[in-house]
Design a protein around this ligand. Structure first.
Ligand SMILES: Nc1ncnc2c1ncn2[C@@H]1O[C@H](COP(=O)(O)OP(=O)(O)OP(=O)(O)O)[C@@H](O)[C@H]1O
Ligand SMILES: [Mg+2]
Length: 411
C-alpha cells in the first residue's frame, strides 16, 4: 500500500470496551470535515472502559488503525483518543482575577481559567479537561465572550474533569506502542456530545447518555455549556450476561441473539416468534420466544435508566433538561429502548447519531460511531492554525483561537 502524508488530516481513536474504532477525517477547505477512512476491531483488553490487558489492546488498536489507514490511503501519525471509566471524576470550580487594564483581554481569560483550575486534586489523578461554562464581569453573569468587555473583576465558572493517572498512562502507552502520538485524551462523553447534540438542545438543557458495552457515560448541558458529567458501570455487557445466565447459553451466543432478536419492551415482541438458543456444554438447544428474551432484557435497561434518573436528581439537573434525553452508543440501538426510557424519565427521548460530518455517512451515521466522530469534531477545534487569525502558537491569533475553542468545550 502506498502511504502518503496528508497535512490536514485528523484521526479519532475510540478505544471502547466492545470495539476499537479509528476514523480518519480530512479537513475540507471550508473547515468542514470529511470522513475518508474507518476501521474497527473487536476490543479484547478493556474492562468497564479501562485497559486491563496492554497487549490485547495494542493488537486491537493496530488492527483498527491499519484498516482505517488502508481505506483512507494515508498514514496516521497522531490521534485524538477517547477516555472513560469509573475513575473519571468531575466537578465545577470557580476562579476570580482582577482585570489589569480595565478591559478584559486574552491574558485575563487565561489567568482566570488558571485560577479556577488551581485546586488540590489527589496525586494519582490527572486533569483531563477544564471547560469554561460562563464568565462573570463585575457581577454580570452569562457571558461567553468576555474579551473586550470593560470591568475590574473577572470570574470564571468551569467544569473540571479528572481521571486516574495510571489509566491515562496505560491508554497512552497502548497508542504509542502502535507508533502513534496522542494529540489529546478526550473524555468520551464530551466527544460523543459534539457529534450528536444540536446547539439548541445544549442551550435549553439536555442529558446525553452514551450506552456502550462496559459503561454508560452521562453529560448534561445547559446554557450552551457542560454542567455535569458522570460514568456508570452498567451497559450492554450486563444485558448480554443476563441473557447468558437466564438461558444458560455461552456469552458470544447471548450477544448474537441480543443483537439479532433483542427488544427492551416485551410488549413489542411477539410471543409466537421463536428463537433457537444454544445451550452450554453438551446440552441440546432449546426454543424460546422473543417475548421471553425481552423479559430478560427489559429489567437491566430499566435499572440503568433508574440509576441515571438518580444521578440526575443527585446532580440537581433533572429539572433543567427541558430538551430531554439523547441516547447514543451501541446499546442505544436496542428496539424499544427509547419508549422504555421515556416511561422512566417522563421526558422526551431521542436516539442520537453523529451529525455535521461528510464522507462515509452511511458508515458513521450510527450511534456506535458517536465517540469516534465526536473526537474528530473535537479535534478540528483544537487546530489553532486552521482558524488562525494571523498568529501561530503563542501569538495573539493563537490566543483568540484558544479563547473561542474554550467555549466549544475544547480545552
Ligand atoms: N443492534 C444492537 N442492539 C442492541 N445492542 C447492541 C446492538 N449493537 C451493539 N449493541 C451493544 O452495544 C454495546 C457496544 O456498544 P459500543 O460499541 O458503543 O461500546 P464501546 O464504545 O465499545 O464500549 P464503552 O463505551 O462502554 O467502553 C455492546 O454491549 C453490544 O452488545
Ligand atoms: Mg463507547
Amino acid at each position: 500500500m502506498s502511504k502518503r502524508e496528508v497535512r490536514n488530516l485528523l484521526v479519532g481513536l475510540d478505544i471502547g470496551t466492545s470495539k476499537v474504532v479509528c476514523v480518519v477525517g480530512e479537513i475540507l477547505p471550508d473547515g468542514r470535515i470529511e470522513v475518508v477512512g474507518e476501521g474497527s476491531a473487536p476490543s479484547r483488553g478493556l474492562k468497564k472502559g479501562v485497559v486491563v490487558n496492554i497487549d490485547a489492546t495494542v493488537q486491537s488498536i493496530r488492527r483498527a488503525v491499519e484498516n482505517a489507514e488502508q481505506m483512507a490511503g494515508c498514514r496516521a501519525q497522531s490521534v485524538y483518543v477517547g477516555v472513560s471509566g469509573s475513575h473519571i471524576k468531575s466537578f465545577n470550580s470557580t476562579g476570580v482575577v482582577p482585570v489589569r487594564n480595565r478591559e478584559v483581554n486574552e491574558r485575563d481569560v487565561e489567568s482566570v481559567i488558571d485560577a479556577a483550575r488551581a485546586i488540590a486534586i489527589p496525586a494519582d489523578q490527572k486533569i483531563l479537561h477544564v471547560v469554561p461554562q460562563e464568565f462573570v464581569v463585575d457581577g454580570q453573569d452569562g457571558i461567553h465572550e468576555p474579551v473586550g468587555m470593560s470591568g475590574v473583576r473577572l470570574e470564571a465558572h468551569v467544569h473540571m474533569v479528572t481521571g486516574s493517572l495510571s489509566a491515562a498512562q496505560n491508554i497512552q502507552k497502548c497508542v504509542e506502542s502502535c507508533g502513534l502520538r496522542v494529540d489529546k485524551l478526550i473524555l468520551q462523553h464530551l466527544a460523543s456530545s459534539h457529534a450528536v447534540l444540536m446547539p439548541d438542545e445544549r442551550d435549553l438543557g439536555v442529558c446525553m447518555v452514551d450506552i456502550g458495552g462496559g459503561t454508560s457515560d452521562i453529560a448534561i448541558f445547559k446554557g450552551g455549556s457542560v454542567r455535569h458529567t458522570a460514568v456508570l458501570p452498567i451497559a450492554g455487557d450486563q444485558v448480554t450476561n443476563d441473557i447468558s445466565v437466564a438461558f444458560r447459553t455461552p456469552v458470544p451466543y447471548a450477544e448474537e441473539i441480543k443483537i439479532q432478536f433483542g427488544c427492551a419492551l416485551p410488549e413489542f415482541a411477539a410471543s409466537d416468534e421463536m428463537i433457537e438458543v444454544k445451550s452450554v456444554g453438551e446440552m441440546p438447544s432449546r426454543t424460546l420466544s422473543r417475548h421471553t428474551l425481552a423479559e430478560v432484557i427489559k429489567p437491566r435497561y430499566d435499572e440503568l435508566f433508574r440509576f441515571i434518573r438518580k444521578e440526575l436528581h443527585r446532580s440537581d439537573f433533572y429539572d433543567v433538561i427541558a430538551s430531554g434525553i439523547v441516547l447514543t452508543g451501541g446499546s442505544a440501538q436496542m428496539p424499544g429502548v427509547r419508549e422504555l426510557a421515556e416511561a422512566v424519565f417522563e421526558l422526551p427521548v431521542r436516539i442520537g447519531v453523529p451529525q455535521n460530518i461528510e464522507g462515509l455517512k452511511d458508515v458513521v451515521r450510527n450511534p456506535v460511531y458517536s465517540t469516534a466522530v465526536g473526537l474528530l469534531l473535537y479535534g478540528i477545534q483544537d487546530q489553532p492554525k486552521l482558524v488562525s487569525r494571523g498568529g501561530d502558537s503563542g501569538g495573539p491569533g493563537y490566543l483568540l483561537n484558544r479563547v473561542s475553542s474554550w467555549f466549544k468545550g475544547n480545552f
